[in-house]
Design a protein around this ligand. Sequence first.
Ligand SMILES: *Cc1c(COP(=O)(O)O)cnc(C)c1O
Length: 232
Amino acid sequence: MMTTEKLQNHLKHVESRIREAAIRSGRAPDAIQLVAVTKTQSVETLEKAYAAGVRTVGENRVQELLAKWPSFEDRFEWHIIGHLQSNKVKYIIDKVALIHSVDSLKLAQEISRQAIKIGKVMPVLIQVNPAEEETKFGLSSSEVELLVREAALLPGIKIQGLMTIAPFVEDEGLLRQVFSEMRQIFDHLKEVSIQGVEMKYLSMGMTHDFEIAIEEGATMVRIGSGLFGERQ
Ligand SMILES: *Cc1c(COP(=O)(O)O)cnc(C)c1O
């Protein structure tokens, strides 16, 4: 069973690996933000995570987020990190601080529409899939700028960066290539400076690849099993 002490140890260990990778990449250790991925974890485990010092959590399913949210409300900063269906946006719009997974104009439009209804401007990331694997969500590199430019015009959202899920492979060279390509797209979008777009967060890196992601420029890592143990 996951105890608060065990979680605290995992958290310290992950945080020190994040710091070291940040320093290796010539950045300040606090330039990297940790999102604790709590999908499949119970309310009891989240309570322990809170006690261990976790404050930002990522969920990939709307139903699951809604089930846990009442136990914590704003004690956590909630992020949606998984594929989001347009028809579910209305349930989470008032509960989440960042949506990592915007992969279509249709979804961006719905987020904007629902945000405006509640007088909010919703921070979002655009999900990119530079490896262009057919099984994953996310846009190809060439589609990204187009979507960013179109979505930037929507009044209810604020684009704050990019997100990717790297392919699940051992090949470090391939992972570096994917993360480095993301970094290039991120830097390019920063340079062309699109009105209303702030390239602030580069969300990439999970338990098995977060150090490589940080070395290649990640500013936000999403870590689940490295904190909570392998999921069932
Ligand atoms: C599950 C998940 C993670 C965390 O994965 P771990 O390998 O457990 O760290 C990160 N990002 C997304 C989008 C996920 O669905």
